[in-house]
Design a protein around this ligand. Structure first.
Ligand SMILES: C[S@@+](CC[C@H](N)C(=O)[O-])C[C@H]1O[C@@H](n2cnc3c(N)ncnc32)[C@H](O)[C@@H]1O
Length: 269
């Protein structure tokens, strides 16, 4: 059960995925609960070196500061939680990838009976301290481990997660939300957010074109136009994350993908 090991407030470190795993352990299989629209046999993928580096990157304070200071992001989650308060009050919640625990605490403030705050990054240690400092240890149970590996011995009413990456899916975290859904969510439970739409639109970026392409026409008085094809190839092949204004957008966005998390299956991602 949630408080059976670890600190008195239920903090639990699950490192079993990191050390001394046999090849057999690496491809463990769990049988998801069979329910309408849900449930297919899932492979629990092993925690790779890439995953470890990924989780390590979330141990740094800077990324959490940046996310929390993104007021549009954080206030939107808080508003969504309180907008759905009637579905959260007295209910059991899982926060998939809790980070510093901020969304878990919002859920506790909204009256959740119990919140499982799960994170595989060492930031979970800090989340646990934040929970304690806010006297919420009786409600918020921090589980330090992958959603794919930790154990929660009850069904949950609500799953909350901030999983969106660049190009929506780039961070590849949605699979972990779906895994949580298939492992623990009650039939008819709530997923926040419950759907997502990926739009694509052509843009123009004259400043960037000038700096990265036109630049080669005259470099210290030397005609380096021979570099232009390579510069163009690299500029158009490589993704670039930039803030641009609405004026740069050339036409209406087009819906590329519409995901509904009650229906999407791991195998389709
Ligand atoms: C985008 S951050 C969100 C943090 C926090 N929920 C917030 O809103 O500030 C995503 C977090 O999910 C964690 N995470 C990603 N995949 C996970 C997984 N499979 N199991 C546990 N934690 C995971 C990361 O370590 C990271 O802390």
């Amino acid at each position: 059960m949630y408080s059976s090991s670890g600190d008195s407030n239920g903090y639990h470190q699950d490192n079993k995925q990191q050390f001394g795993m046999s090849q057999r352990d690496r491809v463990r299989r769990v049988r998801a609960k069979s329910r309408d629209g849900f449930g297919e046999e899932q492979k629990v993928t092993p925690c790779t070196e890439f995953d470890k580096a990924y989780f390590n990157s979330y141990a740094h304070v800077g990324i959490h500061e940046e996310m929390i200071k993104d007021h549009v992001r954080t206030n939107t989650y808080r508003d969504a939680i309180f907008h759905h308060q009637s579905l959260i009050e007295g209910k059991v919640v899982v926060d998939v990838g809790c980070g510093t625990g901020i969304l878990s605490i919002f859920c506790a403030q909204a009256g959740a009976k119990r919140v499982y705050a799960v994170d595989a990054s060492d930031i979970a240690v800090q989340a646990n301290e934040v929970v304690k400092a806010n006297n919420l240890s009786d409600k918020v149970i921090v589980l330090h481990g992958r959603v794919e590996d930790v154990e929660i011995n009850e069904e949950v009413d609500v799953i909350i997660s901030e999983w969106m990456g660049y190009m929506l899916l780039y961070e590849s975290m949605l699979g972990s939300v779906i895994t949580a859904r298939d492992r623990w969510l009650k039939h008819g439970g709530l997923i926040l957010p419950s759907n997502a739409t990926l739009y694509m639109a052509p843009v123009t970026h004259p400043d960037r074109y000038r700096e990265s392409i036109e630049f080669w026409r005259n470099v210290y008085g030397i005609d380096m136009s021979a570099m232009l094809p390579l510069a163009k190839q690299c500029a158009f092949e490589e993704p670039s994350v930039e803030t641009i204004s609405g004026e740069n957008v050339l036409t209406w966005p087009h819906v590329v993908s519409l995901l509904t998390f009650f229906a999407v299956q791991l195998t389709s991602m």
